[in-house]
Design a protein around this ligand. Structure first.
Ligand code: UDP
Length: 321
């Protein structure tokens, strides 16, 4: 099979490229290196089964060629990370909306199956510790809070994909990952785990925002890949939306202490008020984000296996290297 991965030099994209190569597939990666980095895929360069294009999904002529040559598309190219979105709101909207529109339009011309990476950020904020199901309501803050840019742009992507499926029968699968973590993820754009690990290993203060009581469920990248590959291969998944996550949950406060312990670090844990961490009016945090995984379990037998301690241990070892 010939697989096209947009955003293939990113954290998840590069692991996905490796997975498909290991499955014996031909892989083409396109990435503009805005948040992806070449070192994520450099070790694959001499593999005859991979083609690497450092270019933009907004390059329609090139994308047309790449889409024509493939059997399956994973569209992962996106502006991601709360810091990145807040620093680059315009670029984020353009990449996430126009980029996806182009990829969907081209995929539709030859009816190529497409797996669209959306986000659990779609659900927005919510009071109460109730897991998000795929048909849960979305509760967002005002458009003036830049954070919601990402959720909104991804919602537009989902609406485009659903419309292509309903009106044109474009075979697409929409996936909403919940806090995926692993080697190669960078803390540069906000993601908390690589930030805390780096801080712990360097002996710097571990920066917990707010009181740290906010909770997340962490999904190790290998489990996320199992889900992605299974959904891509499933005819039953077409035209549908799936949560992709785990129930390995922890508060950010406990995460800081856990990482400090596992990294044998002497870092202090520092609690930083939100007003100091973010420019006023840009950020709003979510207290809970827990997935309901019934649908993906029933459809493709998804069963995440790598618990948080194991995931953190692997990530710490990666950063140490
Ligand atoms: N966070 C933190 N310190 C940091 C970076 C993030 O306490 O240096 C918190 C952040 O406020 C949020 C959680 O960690 O409550 C997860 O943040 P991340 O940006 O990784 O993902 P998301 O908010 O999208 O779940």
């Amino acid at each position: 099979m010939r697989v096209l991965i947009t955003g293939g030099a990113g954290f998840i994209g590069s692991h996905l490229a490796e997975r498909h190569l290991a499955m014996g597939d031909q892989v083409t990666v396109i990435d503009n290196l805005s948040t992806g980095v070449i070192t994520n895929i450099q070790h694959l360069e001499n593999n005859p089964s991979i083609t690497i294009c450092i270019d933009d999904v907004l390059n329609v002529a090139l994308m047309r060629e790449l889409v024509d040559q493939c059997d399956l598309i994973y569209h992962l190219a996106a502006a991601v990370g709360v810091d990145f979105i807040i620093d680059n709101p315009l670029q984020s909207l353009t990449t996430n909306i126009r980029g996806t529109e182009i990829v969907l339009e081209l995929a539709n011309q030859s009816k190529k199956k497409i797996v669209l990476a959306s986000t659990s950020e779609i659900y927005g904020k919510k009071n109460g510790h109730v897991p998000f199901a795929e048909d849960s309501d979305r509760i967002l803050g005002p458009t003036t809070v830049v954070r919601w840019n990402y959720s909104t742009s991804k919602a537009v992507d989902e609406l485009f994909a659903l419309a292509y499926w309903r009106e044109k029968r474009l075979p697409c699968v929409i996936v909403r990952p919940f806090n995926v973590i692993g080697p190669r993820q960078t803390g540069q754009y906000g993601m908390v785990v690589p930030r805390f690990v780096k801080q712990a290993l360097l002996g710097h203060p571990i920066t917990v925002y707010g009181d740290g009581e906010q909770r997340r469920c962490w999904t190790y990248v290998d489990d996320a890949l199992d889900g992605l590959v299974a959904l891509a291969a499933s005819d039953r998944a077409v035209g549908q939306i799936f949560n992709l996550g785990s129930h390995f949950e922890m508060s950010i406060r406990d995460l800081a202490y856990r990482i400090r312990h596992l990294a044998h670090s002497i870092s202090e844990v520092e609690f930083i008020p939100y007003e100091k961490a973010w420019p006023k009016g840009t950020y709003e945090d979510l207290v809970y984000r827990t997935p309901n995984l019934d649908k993906i379990r029933k459809t493709v037998g998804y069963d995440p296996k790598i618990d948080l301690d194991e995931a953190l241990t692997r990530i710490i070892a990666y950063f140490e290297r």
